[in-house]
Design a protein around this ligand. Structure first.
Ligand code: NAP
Length: 240
């Protein structure tokens, strides 16, 4: 296979699982990280055809340099997975404006920055896949996570609108909206909270990063060529 995927936030959690899954499937992978440089280099040493690039997705210039680096090293970008994300808890009435901006800069503007940087090449080749990682909270909203939910709902809106805009260029744009997945992002939940959540999930368990990576690999493949503008939510039946 001569395909390249750019995975943002590939150093930990869901993104890391995707890096393994795509590399093992034969993709060239550009693993983007923000802070976790050592972990990222370690992952690249374990796998073939993985290069790492440190860039805050909220920084437009760094994102442009990152995309140029991927093209210089791998020739083109076939698949972009906008996975990098941060969460934030607390009541909206107490949320500092700077925190609101930080969430939007990473979770929404980061998606815009990366997408805009890869699109020209995809449009020129009339081929490409963009997979945006949203959340069930972007579908149904979460109390205490209004900023996060808003950013993830915006990602769904962007997915649908962009799918219409670039469909004629044969570019598929889809969103994955995971339920609760066992990663660092949910590590501050107590055991009681996790048990209470698990009780509400028809399949009776918390999801794994591989559950999401498997779906991303499918959406990136030719088997998914007729799927665009969709929001697919692996959530164990928690939200139906
Ligand atoms: P995680 O374990 O906290 O990992 C987050 C990843 O994003 C890390 O690799 C981190 O890189 C990267 N990242 C954070 N800010 C970044 C930035 N400004 N620029 C570039 N990379 C950045 O989170 P996760 O659970 O895997 O979440 C991955 C995605 O799934 C997120 O978009 C999240 O909102 C979404 N999601 C997660 C769940 C869940 O239950 N876990 C549910 C629904 C949706 P560094 O370590 O290098 O900083």
């Amino acid at each position: 296979m001569n395909k390249t995927v750019l995975i943002t936030g590939g150093s930990r959690g869901i993104g890391k699982a995707m890096v393994y899954k795509f590399a093992q499937a034969g993709y060239n992978v550009l693993l983007n990280f923000n802070k976790s440089e050592d972990i990222s280099n370690q992952i690249a040493r374990e796998l073939n055809n993985v290069k790492v690039y440190g860039a805050d997705v909220a920084d437009r210039n760094k994102v442009i340099n990152m995309v140029n680096y991927a093209i210089e090293n791998f020739g083109k970008i076939d698949v972009l997975i906008n996975n990098a994300g941060i969460s934030s808890n607390g009541l909206l009435q107490d949320l500092p404006y700077e925190e609101w901006q930080r969430i939007m800069n990473v979770n929404l503007n980061g998606v815009f920055n990366c997408t805009q940087a890869v699109l020209p090449g995809m449009i020129e080749r009339k081929a490409g896949k963009i997979i945006n990682i949203s959340s069930i909270w972007g579908m149904v909203g979460a109390s205490n996570e209004v900023a996060y939910s808003t950013s993830k709902a915006a990602v769904i809106g962007m997915t649908k609108a962009l799918a219409k805009e670039v469909g004629p260029s044969n570019i598929q744009v889809n969103s994955i909206a995971p339920g609760i997945i066992m990663t660092d992002m949910v590590s501050d939940y107590s055991l009681e909270e996790m048990n209470a959540i698990t009780d509400q999930i028809p399949l009776g368990k918390i999801g794994s990063s591989d559950d999401i990576a498997n779906l991303a690999l499918f959406l990136a493949s030719d088997e998914a060529n007729y799927i665009t503008g969709q929001v697919i939510s692996p959530n164990g039946g928690w939200v139906i």
